[in-house]
Design a protein around this ligand. Structure first.
Ligand code: RRO
Length: 308
């Protein structure tokens, strides 16, 4: 797969937030023989500790995860230092998630002026910072920040989107995104503000926001596929799609590609299973392709059938 001039030798990588907060974790993802790239934890201008713990929980039977991490990260300079000293053949996605438009524009200016030669992912969809709504649910605010960003930004830029749940909203976000020279969109971030109950104790399972948090894993797969498919149908061909959400098996990777994903990210299942997940998923995917007689994922991409 490719995004602009970047080639990816493997379709899988981590989703932002998972195994990417420290340099050691980023090295682990980069060192895997089964990852095509790495994405850094969404950065804010200054280091953040994030929300109080417990702030992450894995549901029984691998149904999924709920988190309200609250954007814990080592700060913009830490990740800039990491990418500037790193020697690697794999593309790096530098994720940023400012708490204001100004923070995002400041970080974009620094990235533009830097020697960083990778891709930039602007996270417009963090659901977990109290008092800060998910920007990409505000179509005017999304258009405003992209307008200001592309007035000076020339490096390959994409956006991380929240899930949408209405056909009109798919139309509206696509109409905004198609106005800009985006390299990619990444869909979906967690389904914001779910709530999980512990049946033994009748309590919520995470502390921040009285138990509300972003959902990931198995239970979000159908929503993720719908968003990948809906955006592939609506966005310009040159805007590539990273499919994220609900990937626990090779079949899930295959389904994302069927719906139009160019690359596929693993979040919850990477947290649950560890770095070995990439080898397992790639092998499971290869077995499916072999069984179906395909020699390349290019034969699968976007080929989802509908019922006449
Ligand atoms: O750190 C988080 O709480 C977080 C972020 Br920034 C995000 O974009 N998505 C998510 O599920 N958690």
């Amino acid at each position: 797969a490719a995004i602009q001039n970047f080639n990816f030798d493997h379709i899988l990588l981590n989703a932002a937030g998972v195994m990417c907060q420290t340099k050691e974790e980023l090295d682990t993802v980069l060192a895997s023989n089964y990852t095509g790239a790495v994405v850094t934890k969404s950065a804010t201008p200054a280091l953040r500790e994030g929300n109080p713990t417990p702030r992450y929980y894995e549901m029984a039977q691998n149904l999924g995860t709920i988190n309200s991490m609250g954007l814990p990260n080592a700060g913009f300079d830490y990740y800039m230092d990491y990418v500037s000293q790193k020697q690697t053949n794999k593309p790096i996605f530098f994720s940023i998630a400012g708490l204001s438009k100004q923070d995002n524009l400041d970080m974009l200016r620094q990235l533009e002026a830097s020697d960083f030669e990778g891709l930039i992912e602007l996270n417009l969809s963090c659901p977990n910072v109290p008092g800060k709504p998910q920007t990409a649910y505000d179509f005017e605010a999304t258009e405003a920040i992209l307008t200001e960003a592309f007035a000076f930004f020339t490096k390959p830029l994409g956006v991380k989107l929240p899930p949408y749940f209405d056909i009109v909203h798919f139309d509206m976000i696509a109409a905004v995104l198609n106005k800009f020279p985006l390299a990619f969109v990444n869909t979906i971030n967690s389904i914001g503000n779910g709530l999980v109950v512990d049946p033994q104790t009748d309590t919520v399972v995470i502390k921040p926001k009285a138990g509300f948090g972003g959902l990931g894993g198995t239970i979000v797969k159908a929503t993720a596929l719908a968003n990948v498919r809906a955006l592939r149908d609506r966005l310009r061909d040159d805007i590539k799609i990273i499919g994220t959400g609900g990937v626990t098996t090779g079949r899930d990777v295959y389904d994302h590609v069927l719906c139009g994903a160019d690359l596929v990210e693993v979040g919850s299942q990477l947290a649950v299973e560890g770095i070995g997940v990439f080898e397992r998923l790639e092998n499971e995917l290869a077995d499916i392709l072999t069984a179906k007689g395909y020699t390349s994922l290019d034969q699968v991409r976007g080929q989802l059938k509908t019922i006449a």
